[in-house]
Design a protein around this ligand. Structure first.
Ligand code: ZN
Length: 258
């Protein structure tokens, strides 16, 4: 699943093409949005900003309209220069923007909606989001308040995936953060101090910011996906096991994470 850094990277690539411009053409090829009339509702409106909060991306248009996207497990934003082939079939495109020879395409949803600016502020799902892990200034106080308000018997690795505690961390950065901070993801939240919880976030922020700038593929995981290989810090064999309600695989080093 794309995590906050992947969404921020997409926004960073979309911004120079669309921000401050009126898209020359907008299409919604997928039958799902055939009746929504988005192209006519957005016609002639400039994109005022492209921003993200956790795994959510917002294309804001003049006239208080916002296109809100969440890629879930399957969606992707593609940004293509002149003559470039799309990464997925055109039938899977939910919306296409053309501007200055570039094409910006959202494939496979699964959540793409046009809403008013006002509704974004009152939307329950959006209002419930915790502080953005990639914010310029991370709101540590709000993160800790949310974490302490959560079920303290949860495993810390599971609590970090809950977007109400911190928005933007997924399975990869959860594993990487716990490893960086030398904290066992199977520790109960009650047994993790505020400083330790904050250290997990602090350790992944610079790496996630780098990924948001240069792309996810350039990031080398330290423990995620490395079960059976030696820990880069202590040499103990990395192990993996499903964790939490969603049984997401977590990776950790039993030698140096406690
Ligand atoms: Zn280790």
């Amino acid at each position: 699943m794309p995590e906050g850094d992947t969404i921020a990277y997409a926004a960073n690539r979309i911004r120079p093409v669309l921000e401050g411009r009126v898209p020359e053409e907008i299409e919604t090829p997928h039958p799902r949005h055939a009746l929504d009339r988005w192209p006519s509702r957005l016609e002639g409106r400039a994109v005022t900003s492209v921003d993200t909060h956790g795994k959510h991306l917002f294309l804001r248009f003049e006239g208080d309209l916002v296109l809100h996207s969440h890629l879930g497990m399957v969606g992707v934003w593609g940004v293509y220069g002149p003559g470039r082939r799309w990464g997925r079939s055109a039938r899977r495109a939910w919306i296409v923007f053309r501007s200055g020879g570039h094409e910006i395409v959202e494939f496979d949803g699964p959540l793409l909606e046009l809403m008013t600016e006002g509704r974004t502020r009152f939307d329950q799902r959006l209002a419930a989001l915790g502080p953005d892990v990639l914010a310029t200034e991370f709101d540590r106080g709000r993160f800790l308040a949310r974490l302490r308000g959560d079920d303290q018997t949860r495993f810390i690795g599971d609590a970090l995936l809950d977007q109400r505690n911190v928005a933007g961390i997924g399975n990869l950065w959860k594993a990487e953060g716990c490893w960086e901070a030398a904290i066992d993801p199977w520790r109960r939240v009650s047994a993790v101090t505020d400083d330790e919880a904050a250290a997990i976030i602090d350790s992944v922020r610079p790496r996630m910011m780098r990924s948001a700038t240069i792309g996810h593929r350039a990031i080398r995981a330290k423990v995620y996906g490395t079960a059976g290989r030696p820990c880069p810090r202590c040499g103990t064999t990395i192990v993996a096991r499903g964790q939490g309600d969603a049984n997401r695989t977590t990776y950790w080093c039993p030698g140096c994470q406690s």
